[in-house]
Design a protein around this ligand. Sequence first.
Ligand SMILES: O=C(O)CCC(=O)C(=O)O
Ligand SMILES: [Fe+2]
Length: 343
Amino acid sequence: MVIQDSSIYASSPDYNVGHPTTQAIAKGVQLLRPGIAKESSTSMHARRLEPSDIEFFKSYGYLIKRGVLATETDAISQANELFWDSVPKQALRRDDPQSWLDDPASHWEEADHARVGSLVGTNWKMRSRGIRGIGTESCLVAGLANHPKMLKLASAFLAAPVRPVHRARGIYGVFPMRDEAHDRLFPHGDYMASQLSAMVLLGDVGPNCGGFTLWPGSHHRMHLCWDRVSGSVITGERAETYPAMRDQLLKDTEPVEFTGRAGDVIFWHPRVIHSAGVNRSGDSAEPMVRLIAPIDYQRAGETYLDDLEFGPGPKYQWWVDTRNVQEDVASAPDNIWFGWSFK
Ligand SMILES: O=C(O)CCC(=O)C(=O)O
Ligand SMILES: [Fe+2]
């Protein structure tokens, strides 16, 4: 049963800070410099999942599909308007880069973080609670997440019809900033019980402009650190192996950032280690704000469960549409692709 009434949890934090994925990165772990995310030879085929796409996704845990939603210019421009219209007191303005460059978070009062989503450093996760909260607007849900091309691609990955999406996570912005103290990646894994995740570009994003950044191949390395194949839970010894595996990955693997044009999509394996990128455009002639819509998919017709201890559910990760499912199985060395359309 998915609990609909979230009012009793209205004052709980967004995240479960006790979740093993949130353990700090060990001191002395040096992150490698990000490169640019690669494409499969068929990334330009926006309508189908080709065999070369599948091979690429299996190896690296991500797949770029160019231009899938490029024709959805109304939905994309409405999403951009929604973002800028939601800024408290219009303190950050779309056509006024000077308004963003000095500590954008200074404009958020205490109540704004809950009302329009938290802005920490340069990163605004624009979202809000409630069945009509930010993330549920039709430009995001009908216009992008449930667009027939997206549902078709998602079901080609998941070997089943996908459950229609009720909400995107929201709109996530990365502002440029001159203060180098904020020039950092925050690598982590999400615990949203998603079976397939996607980021849709809501504007053009060049290199070093805050592109969604991920560590290729990390889905393989992290698979056994989770209790089940897609669920949110990590217990027992895995609570220690998770951060150890992640830190080893960070030491030896070069991350890559997703660059492209409005309407391009990156599909990613939900166990991939990732981060928002660093937006250095503040020092360039054309400062820009990076905007994406993060979306999560799962198979239709499964038995969905709220997880009150780990999330997602009304208490933690309420902005996530995906849920744990009863049909999920224990993770094992040979079952990373359990439930996918390929082995
Ligand atoms: O904004 C991004 O690029 C990544 C956001 C993210 O990792 C998250 O919120 O889980
Ligand atoms: Fe994340």
